[in-house]
Design a protein around this ligand. Structure first.
Ligand SMILES: [Zn+2]
Length: 290
């Protein structure tokens, strides 16, 4: 590794990231760095990261243990150890990882943790807003912990129209608000919910419980399409990132409605409208999303 490599979501564009595609990208980049490596030392520099647990205790739980796998579930990065422990990282708004050869991490006032690996590299966790969390739990507690908080993985086979219909059934909240509930669709957030509803041709204002089965099927397809575009695009964007201040974001070129208020709808040419739903800025086409 010749220079520090930054693994981050594209937070210069929006406070709405990271969502599933950004976390998936971070996971895909961290996996080859961490898998099979031992955590030689762990320094947690901000006690907020592990609250309510003592950061020294959390660090001690991880030291001298080898990583067996790095996965993603919803917006969590899941680091599994051969000890049977799991480190669950939630990046929230501004969490990111930086990997560099030992001693070559640049100065950073926003560094919250550093892990030294047995291959001579250091992995830094940076978080400007400090909303990110590190939680260590036992592997056998993981399913219950995540099961309470997250619905199905939208790109997995268990995410069916029937399952989504159950989650939306009887809900009077706008469908956009219902989709943001992580127990409805794991990992979906503001950007990709807007994009998914545009693909589906469904207005975000519709009460969730009024959607017909074929409309729910369209929403499901829209969610999967929006997330796949996001994963593909984010990977391309992230490959340009090299330094904390560098990077060229072109992800916005792919957006159909998000961040495009007043611009023509790519499908029908009507200006994209903007409103607020569940406190979140929401973009949609007032003509072809019904
Ligand atoms: Zn339109």
């Amino acid at each position: 590794m010749s220079r520090p490599q930054l693994f981050r979501s594209c937070s210069r564009l929006s406070p709405d990231v990271p969502e599933l595609p950004e976390v998936e990208t971070v996971k895909a980049q961290l996996a080859p760095v961490l898998t099979g490596r031992k955590f030689v030392s762990v320094d947690i520099l901000d006690e907020r990261l592990t609250r309510p647990f003592d950061p020294r205790q959390v660090a001690a739980q991880l030291e001298d243990h080898r990583v067996t796998a790095v996965d993603r579930r919803g917006k969590y990065v899941v680091v599994r150890f051969e000890s049977g422990l799991v480190l669950l990282v939630h990046l929230r708004m501004t969490g990111s990882f930086l990997v560099a050869p030992r001693g070559e991490l640049p100065e950073d006032p926003h560094r919250r943790a550093v892990v030294s690996l047995d291959d001579g590299s250091d992995v830094a966790y940076r978080d400007v807003r400090r909303f990110g969390t590190w939680l260590v739990i036992e592997e056998d507690e993981l399913a219950d912990y995540l099961g309470l908080r997250l619905g199905e993985e939208p790109l997995g086979t268990a995410f069916t129209t029937k399952q989504l219909a159950r989650r939306l059934s009887g809900r009077r909240a706008p469908v956009k608000a219902a989709l943001l509930d992580q127990r409805a669709v794991a990992g979906l957030g503001n950007i990709y919910a807007d994009e998914a509803l545009w693909y589906a041709g469904i207005t975000p204002l519709r009460p969730a419980g009024t959607l017909a089965d074929e409309e729910i099927a369209a929403v499901r397809r829209g969610i999967r399409r929006a997330l796949r575009v996001g994963i593909a695009r984010q990977g391309a964007t992230l490959s340009d990132y090299r330094t904390p201040n560098g990077g060229r974001g072109s992800m916005q070129d792919e957006f159909k409605v998000y961040g495009r208020a007043g611009e023509p709808c790519p499908r029908c040419g009507t200006p994209i409208a903007k409103t607020r739903i569940a406190g979140r800025g929401t973009s949609y086409c007032p003509a072809c999303q019904t």
